[in-house]
Design a protein around this ligand. Structure first.
Ligand code: GLU
Length: 535
């Protein structure tokens, strides 16, 4: 959809967007009846779009709508739009990244309710504090790159992020030292072992930033005057990525981590023995910092916004703040896809095909690039340390929606939902292209479209098929191709015309002969129950 926004800069820090006045009126007319726009109708559009009233971009608009008269005049409407023209236009013209958000969320709710019955898995025992969590907790949140949000279940409850901290630590370290320096100290290969396995790669370095050794190393590359300054800085980054959501710190988990971290201490000393660290690193400070990052507390709502910031190339959808560079996010998503799910990463990349990171608190952070971020929290883990319900949720999402990185290979043969496309666009785009190719006599394109799964008998909203178009436009070769493909050579359009009716009406004698060769009839020759209303 075009943007009718003339960006008027009054001074560097303040961009006021003004829509052209006629576009304000067009928007008003699209939703007005009897000269007014209904306040409740406008509120419902916002609610169903997933733009919530705590969205910093929408607060003023939603408050203004709430304070409006039940019937909003055009002048009052213009004043509301002016508060945030771009967002307002996106919500009203359905150009948010998931246009039918309410329908999409209903599908997510069905998946959530079904998975909620799953009681498989066990709580982790090696960090005592994690063993005391209610195993039945289950929360889910989503945030799109346009800031559309939805949550269900225990989405307001805080949990510790554990290894879901690793992608953020990695991105922060990239911002600090850059990709070439960072990867002199950390590899980019899956380890093929457990997340805390006492192994380094053949250069004596951690295999990748998504396992314990790699995260400890990335932490060592984030330097500040003191450990407290460093932690404050990292917490600010988390809050920025979460769009201002409250980020906590679970001191009990931190103490529990530290008391039971022999393996992590061993990894630290092993890396120091191999001289893997950069110069003048205080190993104990670095390990403490790692435990602190794992003990950051968050809700699925906050974590979904962070995932959406990654999905949005490092810019927070709710605030517009650029938290990470897009190229750094690209590196992070690559490593989440190849290494994010422990030893299940290969299978996860094959089946789900979406960058993800899990944590032993039962958290899963999922990133659908340029679409949305999701967060799932359910504490019971499988034998590889991933949340049972979390992994199941991810599998169900990609079995329902075209989110897998390589789904585009399936073309139109794929009947799953692409929530990014208009409900009707996906269905019509193939049919429209096929009919257009037939009308042009472009048999090569027709063959390509059939190969991609477009049905040769697909019709538009008037029941006009490629057969009708080829007959009307006297496209002999296209018609012959269609007649060989089609079982029904007498489809009826909305007005009861068959392709033969069209050819006769247009006076195409050779087309009439060809159609009759294949048994085509005009409507008058068809049995009386042939009904155009079946279109
Ligand atoms: N703090 C945990 C550890 O170091 C993190 C493990 C995880 O979530 O994968 O073992």
């Amino acid at each position: 959809m075009g943007r009718h926004i003339n960006k008027v800069k009054t001074h560097p820090s303040d961009t006021i967007s003004h829509m052209s006045l006629e576009h304000y009126s067009d928007l008003f007319k699209a939703f007005a009846s009897d000269g007014f726009v209904s306040r409740s109708g406008l509120m419902r559009i916002f609610e169903e779009s997933g733009i919530l009233d705590d969205d910093p971009r929408a607060k003023k608009i939603i408050a203004a709508i709430n304070k409006s008269e039940d019937k909003i005049s055009e002048e009052a409407f213009h004043a509301i739009v002016d508060l945030s023209p771009t967002l307002f236009e996106q919500v009203l013209d359905g150009s948010l990244v998931i246009p039918h958000f309410k329908t999409f969320c209903a599908e997510l709710t069905t998946i959530f309710d079904e998975i909620n019955e799953n009681r498989g898995g066990t709580l982790p025992t090696y960090i005592p504090q994690l063993e005391r969590v209610d195993p039945d907790k289950f929360g889910f949140s989503i945030c799109t790159v346009d800031g559309q949000r939805f949550s269900i279940g225990d989405s307001d409850e805080y949990f510790c992020v554990q290894s879901c901290s690793k992608p953020i630590t990695y991105c922060i370290a990239l911002e600090e030292v850059g990709e070439s320096t960072l990867h002199q100290y950390v590899g980019r290969e899956p380890s093929g072992k457990t997340f805390n396995d006492l192994t380094l790669n053949s250069w004596g370095l951690p295999h990748n930033p998504m396992i314990n050794a790699g995260a400890i190393m990335c932490g060592a590359l984030i330097k500040r005057k003191s450990p407290s300054d460093r932690f404050d800085f990292v917490m600010e980054k988390w809050k920025e990525a979460a769009g201002g959501a409250k980020i906590g710190f679970n001191n009990a988990v931190y103490l529990s981590e530290r008391q039971t971290a022999d393996r992590n201490f061993a990894l630290g000393y092993f890396m120091r023995e191999k001289k893997a660290f950069p110069p003048d690193v205080e190993l104990l400070d670095v390990l403490e910092f790692y435990f602190q990052c794992c003990s950051i507390d968050i809700t699925t709502k906050g974590m979904a916004t962070i995932a959406a910031t990654l999905a949005n190339g490092g810019t927070c959808p709710l605030t517009g703040a650029q938290v990470f560079r897009p190229d750094h996010v690209k590196h992070c998503l690559s490593l989440m896809l190849s290494c994010g799910m422990y030893d299940f990463s290969g299978e996860f990349a094959f089946v789900v095909g979406v960058p993800a990171k899990s944590g032993v608190s039962g958290a899963v952070l999922l990133v659908v690039p340029n679409v949305c971020g999701m967060a799932i929290w359910s504490p019971r883990l499988d034998e590889l340390g991933n949340s049972v319900r979390g992994v199941e949720f991810c599998k169900r999402i990609v079995s329902k929606f075209k989110f897998h990185a390589f789904d585009s290979m399936l073309g139109l043969r794929d009947n799953r939902i692409d929530p990014r496309r208009d409900l009707y666009e996906a269905r019509l785009s193939g049919a429209f292209a096929f009919c257009w190719a037939a009308a042009q006599g472009d048999v090569a394109e027709m063959r390509r479209l059939v190969a991609r799964g477009v049905s040769p008998t697909a019709s538009d909203y008037d029941g006009r098929t490629a057969l009708h178009l080829a007959a009307s436009e006297a496209q002999f070769e296209a018609l012959r191709y269609l007649l060989q493909l089609s079982k029904d050579v007498n489809p009826l359009d909305r007005w009861g015309n068959t392709p033969l009716d069209d050819a006769i009406r247009c006076g195409h004698a050779t087309i009439v002969s060809l159609l009759k060769e294949y048994g085509a009839k005009s409507q008058s020759e068809l049995p009386k129950d042939a009904d155009a209303s079946k279109v």
